[in-house]
Design a protein around this ligand. Structure first.
Ligand SMILES: [Zn+2]
Length: 113
């Protein structure tokens, strides 16, 4: 069984703002604390929110110490989830409403098979 660890850094969603910390080495590697430097981009992904879709292309950084690349996830997305963070948060809020802090399945999100 492959037990490879995948580390992701959650950063802002503005590419222009993200480039500067990458260029000057202000972002640290989550594994070795080495400096992350600009390194290509991950595959584009489509996110859903309020009936609309947005395509984002996460930026990648490469650690100078361990030479690994890391995906810099946008702060509007969760790893391997198609809905945006605010969309998921809204559903959790609806499901939790009036339930004394206990989550239940939300009928609006259940599929009928
Ligand atoms: Zn590293």
């Amino acid at each position: 069984m492959n037990t490879r660890k995948v580390f992701m850094l959650i950063v802002g969603n503005n590419p222009a703002v993200l480039e500067r910390p990458l260029l000057v080495g202000e972002l640290a590697c989550p594994e070795r604390q080495g400096e992350l430097r600009p390194w290509s981009a991950a595959r584009p992904c489509r996110l859903r929110e309020a009936g609309a879709e947005t395509e984002i292309t996460p930026r990648c950084g490469r650690c100078r110490a361990c030479k690994k690349t890391h995906v810099l996830s946008a702060d509007i997305a969760l790893c391997r989830r198609r809905d945006t963070l605010s969309c998921i948060g809204a559903v959790v809020g609806v499901c939790n409403n009036g339930n004394n802090g206990r989550l239940r399945r939300c009928p609006a999100t259940c599929r009928v098979t």
